[in-house]
Ligand binder design. Structure first.
Ligand code: SF4
Ligand code: SF4
Length: 77
């Protein structure tokens, strides 16, 4: 079964600050053309928001983070 939880970068928002790349200790990111790129989805830790929390542009969302991805009032606590 393929990994469900991993980061996805909105390249239109990303400013290339590398905070996400520097934050992650699990080898999920590599640098490609001066931008962080997700190269190792399998390395990402289920439920971790570490890189997304560091992103100044809020350019990172997570596959599998349905509560954030689906904008529905049923998700409001
Ligand atoms: S969510 Fe955590 S483990 Fe996954 S890429 Fe970001 S910092 Fe690394
Ligand atoms: S932290 Fe956000 S803005 Fe900075 S490089 Fe990563 S995705 Fe781009």
């Amino acid at each position: 079964m393929s990994k469900l939880w991993y980061p996805m970068i909105d390249q239109d928002k990303c400013i290339g600050c590398m905070a996400c790349y520097k934050m992650c200790r699990h080898g999920v990111y590599a640098i490609n053309n001066d931008r962080p790129t997700v190269v190792n989805r399998e390395g990402c830790v289920e439920g971790c928001h570490g890189c997304g929390n560091r992103c100044p542009e809020k350019a990172i969302v997570y596959s599998g983070d349905f509560k954030k991805m689906i904008k529905c009032s049923c998700n409001d606590d």
